[in-house]
Design a protein around this ligand. Structure first.
Ligand SMILES: Nc1ncnc2c1ncn2[C@@H]1O[C@H](COP(=O)(O)OP(=O)(O)O)[C@@H](O)[C@H]1O
Ligand SMILES: [Mg+2]
Length: 280
């Protein structure tokens, strides 16, 4: 199978349907009724302040967390964290974490071929051949026999992307994939992600990389306080946000210094202070 030949669900159906999802931890409601669809081939970007439930939401989608209300339907099947089917479901969703989560004792190539051999029962030679094809795609042909500890963060993240692709997922989810990287390696990872989007991979991406989100996203969701506050084309949300909370968030992410200065000014006013300087 070619790496572009991916399962994309029934024609005309969303690959992911999220309807009124509620997630609680104990008595705390983290996600309070969010709804949206992801169409095959779409890149949906989720942005929002830290602690809003973005990571928790992605964990709900691949059944790592149960939900207390609403429904999640992936490729025509309800996601149920307590069902035995959830294992098979997770194999069709590629998950990329902030901290790569590679197996440290395996080489890059072994990281990529492990699940295809063990789970999909691919022949080792075929899995290795496919891994090399994927390494070319993420521009790591020369690193196939390196161990994670010998690679930069950007290289490790591209191995993690190759590892996810090796399972032919119908959906790729990224949770702040570049947040833990040295600045000089961020671009390589974003370039690979942009190429996946060009291949019409279906992607759900949590990120603070606004230029990437603007350029690559078909749609942007702004989450805050467990709700989707705004949902639309990235260009609209970034340049003409309809909600004050979206506008504040966009300003703070695009211009962290001015946002910090404004918060400090507000705090000073509230405290009646005059000349305290924020030294951070
Ligand atoms: N397993 C858990 N048990 C209890 N609270 C949790 C758990 N996981 C996350 N939370 C809480 O849920 C909230 C949302 O977290 P998270 O999804 O990581 O937000 P984000 O990814 O938007 O920064 C946070 O307040 C966090 O402390
Ligand atoms: Mg998170």
């Amino acid at each position: 199978m070619s790496i572009e030949e991916v399962g994309q669900g029934a024609p005309g159906e969303p690959i992911l349907r999220v309807d009124g999802v509620v997630k609680r931890f104990g008595s705390r409601t983290i996600i309070n009724g969010i709804s949206f669809d992801v169409e095959p081939g779409q890149v949906v970007v989720i942005v929002g302040p830290s602690g809003t439930g973005k990571s928790t939401f992605l964990r709900c989608v691949n059944g790592l967390e149960d939900i207390q209300g609403g429904s999640i339907v992936f490729d025509g099947e309800p996601v149920n964290a307590h069902s035995r089917k959830v294992v098979a479901l997770r194999q069709r969703i590629g998950m990329i974490f902030q901290n790569f989560n590679l197996y440290p004792h395996l080489t890059a190539a072994e990281n990529v071929t492990l699940a295809p051999i063990k789970v999909l029962r691919e022949r080792p030679a075929a899995a290795r051949e496919r891994a090399m094809e994927l390494f070319r795609k993420v521009r790591l042909e020369h690193r196939a026999s390196a161990y994670p500890s010998e690679m930069s963060g950007g290289e490790q993240q591209r191995v993690a992307i190759a590892r996810a692709l090796a399972m032919n997922p119908s959906l790729m989810m990224f949770d702040e994939p570049t947040s833990a990287l040295d600045p000089e390696t961020v671009g390589d990872v974003l370039t690979v992600m942009e190429e996946l989007a060009d291949d019409r991979r279906t992607m759900l991406v949590v990120t603070h990389e606004m230029a990437f989100a603007d350029h690559v996203g078909d749609r942007m969701l702004f989450m805050d306080g467990g709700l989707i506050i705004e949902d639309g084309p990235p260009d609209e949300l970034l340049r003409n946000p309809q909600q004050e909370r979206t506008r504040q968030f966009v300003t703070s992410v695009l211009n962290p210094d001015s946002a910090r200065a404004r918060r400090q000014a507000q705090a000073d006013t509230a405290n009646g202070a005059s000349s305290e300087v924020d030294s951070r």
